[in-house]
Design a protein. Structure first.
Lengths: 311, 307
């Protein structure tokens, strides 16, 4: 990968810090309202162009809403959707993965079959149908993404648990008569945390793309909210005359996903060398499993579902 | 081996049933198409007659049973709007989706493999750096936005390529590239790492010592051995293209199955949505199954590890 040095890579680090800052302080940073527009100010080009207006640095859309302000507020949507969806999916997936890996036997067999089914579904397609028929809303988008995401966590955490279970300190705890719950929460879970951190980071980019895709298709966060995907869809009809409506939110998205991905790669290299090897082995030996597994570097699958699925 | 095989087939069937159930339950719970079909002045009785005609007055489990039974005999019902058999609608649109998927796959292999190969050979050089930037960008760019920007640049600014619709080969370039960029990036990374591994091996050193031409060493001895994961991966990608057809087809107004599904969601034409998702999912799942089996057949290490 590009970053292999010890120190935190400055480019993705800076972009992500700026992104979080923007999302938190959107109210103070955005020059204008993200949803209220002045119709007399519609379709103004960016400030450096001929008809540009310094009040609207990145221009306005067809309702006269300020593009920059919308992008700034839109960062909130991307971040919050990612945080909640990954939080929910991570919790469920980790729990099931821990139980599955530690218990083994029938429990493991059943849980892993369910996980396999979850992993094998065509993500985008199912997400579109799920959100569309359950009425597009913020909550539904988050839930559907979480629903499609948890198997990735379960699969990976189970693998880790299997390995940790064989360690001496677990055997000692068993001999000492500790309960399964105690062993899982005190011995196994803490050892899974680094992996969890890496998977979560690598999924953020995927979730941002998925949320964007759903919004773009009109089955995501409903208008007039300033979701980046919605803004890009808004500008579709104005490509020839007002390209800035679609261009800038897309750039924001690329920059975000790029930084998260680079950061995830870096985290993986430094926190969890095991996962890296795991990823490679997964690609070389089990294409289908790799296709849906967590995004790992040489595994060509950072959300292959996402992209292959067409994000 | 047999155990693995049956396990995989069973799992595929199970996934298919899950898809069928999800789609069925959700489309039925989401609203009544009768309200969309009838005039606002329609009486209660008109609604009941239509519900009865469409079979919507039966209990949900019964509707589900009938639906699954019909699928097995290939009957997907009629479109609520056009009254034509759903199968006809699907057949009209499927070729466009498959065409786009195939061209997209070929394109991503044609870009990804050579790029990955030379990136490995010139490791650390300018070409390697460029190829890796290309790959990292490809995995971070939303396809729908890339598609729009391509339309903007080639369709609007330069005016050299059509902005949408299906027609001659020219119409294929932009959508196929949009579909293929992400995956060509993935293929490039995969080829690169496989090539790096192969290039360090003894038989490559030996081939060079024999005095073979460098191109022969690279293409014949190197790439051939690095290609197995790439080939299987490419088949898998094609399968995933089908699943993701919705996005690219929407951006480029491509008259394929994905767009049909999205249109039918808007008009609440349940039978088409169900059948469309089902057909795409079936292709996706059997494709993945095929790749898995092919791979375990080609690679004895997996075959034995799993049996």
């Amino acid at each position: 990968m590009l970053a292999r040095r010890r120190e935190i890579p400055w480019f993705p680090g800076a972009v992500l810090a700026a992104l979080v800052f923007t999302a938190v302080f959107a109210f103070y940073l955005a020059p204008l309202s993200p949803t209220e527009g002045d119709i007399t100010q519609k379709l103004i080009p960016p400030v450096w162009m001929e008809r540009g207006d310094s009040a609207h640095p990145l221009g306005t859309d067809r309702f006269g809403r300020d593009v920059l302000s919308r992008i700034i507020y839109g960062s909130r949507i991307s971040l919050i959707v990612s945080l909640i969806a990954i939080g929910v999916a991570g919790t469920i997936g980790t729990l099931l993965g821990l139980i599955s890996g530690y218990r083994g036997g029938v429990t493991d067999a059943i849980l892993m079959r369910v996980t396999d089914v979850g992993l094998s579904l065509p993500t985008i397609l199912i997400a579109v149908v799920l959100v569309a028929v359950s009425e597009p809303s913020f909550t539904n988008v988050v839930l559907v993404i979480a629903l499609l995401l948890w198997p990735r966590f379960a699969r990976q955490v189970r693998g880790e648990t299997l390995a940790i279970k064989e360690q001496d300190f677990v055997a000692l705890a068993v001999v000492a008569g500790r309960s399964s719950t105690w062993i899982i929460s005190r011995h196994i879970f803490p050892n899974v945390v680094p992996t969890l951190l890496v998977i979560s980071t690598l999924q953020v980019g995927y979730v941002v793309l998925l949320e964007g895709t759903l919004s773009f298709l009109g089955v995501g966060v409903p208008p007039p909210s300033p979701a980046w995907g919605l803004m890009i869809a808004d500008g579709r009809g104005f490509l020839a005359t007002a390209w800035w409506i679609s261009l800038f939110p897309g750039l924001a998205m690329v920059l975000t996903v790029l930084s998260v991905n680079l950061m995830g790669d870096w985290l993986r290299d430094h926190l969890d060398p095991k996962l890296r090897q795991l990823g490679r082995a997964a690609v070389l030996e089990a294409p289908a499993a790799a296709s849906v597994g967590p995004a790992v570097d040489e595994a060509p699958v950072r959300g292959a579902a996402a992209g292959g699925d067409g994000v | 081996m047999w155990r693995y095989l049956t396990g995989r087939v069973l799992q595929t069937v199970l996934s298919m049933l899950v898809v069928i159930s999800i789609v069925f339950v959700l489309t039925r719970l989401s609203g009544n198409p009768v309200h969309l079909l009838l005039d606002v002045n329609a009486t209660e009785r008109d609604q009941q007659i239509l519900m009865h005609h469409l079979g919507l007055d039966k209990p949900l489990p019964v509707q589900y049973g009938i639906y699954v039974a019909n699928i097995f005999v290939g009957d997907f019902g009629n479109s609520v709007l056009t009254r034509r058999p759903v199968v006809e609608h699907i057949w009209e649109r499927l070729p466009a989706t498959v065409e786009l998927g195939l061209v997209g796959m070929v394109l991503s292999v044609l870009i990804g493999v050579p790029l990955g190969m030379y990136s490995a050979v010139r490791r650390g050089g300018a070409l390697d750096l460029g190829a890796r930037v290309f790959a990292v960008l490809g995995q971070s760019m939303p396809a729908f936005w890339l598609g729009l920007m391509l339309i903007l640049f080639f369709g609007v600014v330069l005016g050299v390529l059509p902005a949408g619709g299906r027609g001659g080969p020219l119409h294929l370039i932009l959508p196929a590239f949009t579909l293929g960029y992400f995956t060509s990036a993935a293929i490039m990374r995969l080829t690169r790492s496989a090539m790096l591994e192969v290039l360090g091996s003894d038989y490559i050193k030996f081939a060079r010592l024999k005095g073979l031409h460098e191109q022969v060493v690279l293409w014949k001895h190197g790439l051939k051995n690095a290609l197995l994961p790439v080939v299987t991966f490419a088949v898998m990608l094609f399968v995933q293209f089908l699943g993701g057809a919705v996005v690219t087809e929407t951006v480029f107004a491509w008259p394929g199955l994905g767009r049909l599904i999205l249109e039918s969601i808007t008009t609440r034409d349940y039978p088409i949505v169900q059948a469309g998702v089902l057909v795409l999912s079936a292709l996706y799942l059997t494709g993945n199954l095929f790749v898995d089996l092919l791979y375990s057949y080609l690679n004895p290490r997996i075959r034995h590890a799993r049996s």
